[in-house]
Structure formats: structure tokens, C-alpha cells
Design a protein around this ligand. Structure first.
Ligand code: ES4
Ligand code: ZN
Length: 326
């Protein structure tokens, strides 16, 4: 077992966190009131009680509903600033956060409002808290490739604010290959590329993300163990997997944390990182994920240091910043 404060003190890098998924019930109620929006829950407690998910879709339904309270640039700033305060408390020194522009533009919020709110908070976080950042724009995979291409076009004026392009939302029935042209276009614009694959979906989706979308990281990827050839490929190429333990348990990918395959992934020399995914919905931020993993799986000090080093290596931070993070 580890010294008491070891996990808290460990310098952390978060690579898989949807900013809309950091919307805590308290802030959701505050923004609903501020924006004169009616929530279908009487209280923060009633809302939290609804966070009892059976699969990814049952979560996404509440996640998109919750995002409706985000209306103004200040709302997006407040959301991101609250997340950065958690990062500061938990020794998270670098973050690469996802956002879902289509969730907002499809209900009439200008993309500029979203991006200005997020980046104003991220830049203030860098100056005041020393937390470096990257912003990753995700296409919603339940929507069409044309809609993704249109979003990519709309993002052109903000190219310098966005480091990468990702793919999220309902995985089953929406294979990566559906977005091959949109990812090719993003690649031509010099974006880094990532995609959710192998969360609920099959190993074939991980292969497609690598071979057709040419992503540099796989978000989740925990299904990979079902295909030994894929495991060999991921290990040989040291493709990072951004694993989200609390998320996997809350969305019933694994029955309990003790059943999570994290240790097997590490034993196979895969480049695993630990992340919080949607911390307001899945029971906590980076440290809560670390603590729940440690309680159930009892990793060694060396394994924790490996996970930390993996996240620095896997990040899109500059070499100068990486050297500071080590
Ligand atoms: C997500 Cl956990 C998860 N999976 C896929 N898409 C998402 N968007 C927000 N959280
Ligand atoms: Zn995710």
C-alpha cells in the first residue's frame, strides 16, 4: 500500500474530459435560474438521484438535457473555471478538454460564444493557476458526416484555439468509418486526431479509428483485449488509451471496479492513461478516479508512476512543457 498523500500529490495530466460533463448539479441549477430555464427536477438531490445509468445512451440523454442551461459566454466561462479549480485542488497541471459544439450550435448558440467562454477560462487558468491546456473539438457521431464537415468549416476562424478533433456520443451503430472524410479534412488542416472507440463498441471500431481516421490516441479502448492482434499493434506502436475507470463502472462497461481490466492493460505494456470523462456525472474528478482504482486494484507505486508518465508522453503539450511536467 501507498503513503497516505501519494495519489493526491502525484502531478496529473487529464486527456479525456468532456467539459459539458463537468457541469455539477449545483451549477446546472444556478445557470437554469440565471437563464430562466425550467429543469425537469425539483432539486439538486433529485437530479443527482437520476444519475443511475444502465449504459452509455441512458447517460447521454441526461448529459444533453443538462447542457441546455449553457447559454452565454459567461456560462461557458463559469463551467470551465469551476473545472480548473478542481484541477488546482487535485494537482492536475495539464488538461486537454473535449467540447461538443453541435450540442450548442444546434440549439442556436453561436460557436463563437462557446469557444470564447472556454478559452477565456483556459487562458486565465494558464496565467493564474499555471495549468496548461489544449482544446479538442468533438464531432457527435450520432449526427451525419455532413454535419461534422459543416462544424469543421465553422471552426476555421478559431483554428488557433483548437489543438485537435475527436469523435464522441453514441458509439454502437456509428462506426468511425462514417467520419473518414471529415477526419481526412481535419488532418489536412493540421489538427491532432483522437476518437472514442471500444468503450461499448467492438474491437473493429478501434481498428477503424486507427486505420481509417488515423487517430493518434484512442479514447477508452478497453474492449481491445478481445483481439490479441490489436493488443500487439497498440503495444508496438504505443498508441495511448485514455481510460476512464469511474465512467466504465457507472456506464456498466464493467460490473465493479474490481472487474476493470486496467491491470491487464498495464501488464500488456499498453500506453494507458487515467481520466475522469464526465466528472459531474460519474462520481468525481481525477483524484476520485485514482482513489477508486487504488481501493479496488491496489496498484504499485511503479504502476502509478507509469500511468503518470504515460499521460505526459501521450499529451499534445510541447516538448518544453512536457519536460516541465515530468
Ligand atoms: C461521453 Cl462517456 C462518453 N462516451 C461517449 N461520448 C461521450 N460524450 C460525453 N461523454
Ligand atoms: Zn468520453
Amino acid at each position: 500500500s501507498l503513503p497516505n498523500d501519494f495519489l493526491r500529490a502525484l502531478p496529473k495530466v487529464e486527456l479525456h474530459m468532456h467539459i459539458e460533463g463537468s457541469l455539477e448539479p449545483e451549477l446546472m441549477f444556478r445557470l437554469a435560474q440565471r437563464n430562466h430555464i425550467e429543469l425537469p427536477y425539483d432539486s439538486v438531490e433529485a437530479l443527482r438521484q437520476a444519475y443511475d445509468f444502465s449504459n452509455l445512451q441512458s447517460f447521454l440523454d441526461l448529459y444533453y438535457q443538462g447542457a441546455n442551461v449553457l447559454q452565454t459566454e459567461q456560462d461557458f466561462f463559469d463551467l470551465t473555471w469551476a473545472y480548473l479549480q478542481r484541477c488546482r485542488q487535485q494537482n492536475v497541471a495539464h488538461v486537454e478538454i473535449f467540447f461538443d459544439p453541435q450540442t450548442h450550435t444546434d440549439r442556436g448558440i453561436p460557436l463563437e460564444t462557446v469557444i470564447h467562454g472556454l478559452t477565456r477560462a483556459l487562458e486565465q487558468g494558464e496565467r493564474q493557476l499555471g495549468i496548461s491546456h489544449g482544446l479538442i473539438l468533438c464531432f457527435l457521431r450520432h449526427l451525419s458526416e455532413e454535419a461534422a464537415l459543416d462544424t469543421l468549416e465553422q471552426a476555421k476562424p478559431f483554428r488557433d484555439k483548437i489543438i485537435g478533433i475527436g469523435l464522441d456520443s453514441s458509439e454502437l451503430g456509428h462506426p468511425p468509418e462514417k467520419f473518414e472524410r471529415a477526419f481526412a479534412a481535419a488532418r489536412e488542416q493540421g489538427y491532432k486526431l483522437v476518437a472514442h472507440a471500444g468503450e461499448e463498441g467492438p474491437t473493429e471500431y478501434i481498428w477503424q479509428a486507427l486505420e481509417r481516421l488515423k487517430v493518434q490516441r484512442i479514447d477508452h479502448g478497453v474492449a481491445c483485449l478481445e483481439d490479441p492482434a490489436l493488443v500487439t499493434y497498440l503495444a508496438e506502436h504505443q498508441i495511448p488509451l485514455t481510460v476512464c475507470p469511474n465512467s466504465n463502472v457507472r456506464l456498466r462497461v464493467f460490473d465493479t471496479m474490481a472487474d476493470h481490466n486496467l491491470k491487464t492493460l498495464l501488464d500488456k505494456d499498453l500506453k494507458v492513461t487515467l481520466n475522469s470523462d464526465d466528472p459531474a456525472y460519474f462520481g468525481g474528478y481525477m483524484l476520485e478516479n485514482y482513489e477508486n482504482v487504488q481501493e479496488a486494484l491496489n496498484l504499485s507505486r511503479a504502476q502509478w508512476l507509469q500511468l503518470s508518465a504515460n499521460a505526459i508522453d501521450a499529451s499534445f503539450a510541447s516538448d518544453t512543457r512536457k519536460a516541465q511536467l515530468y
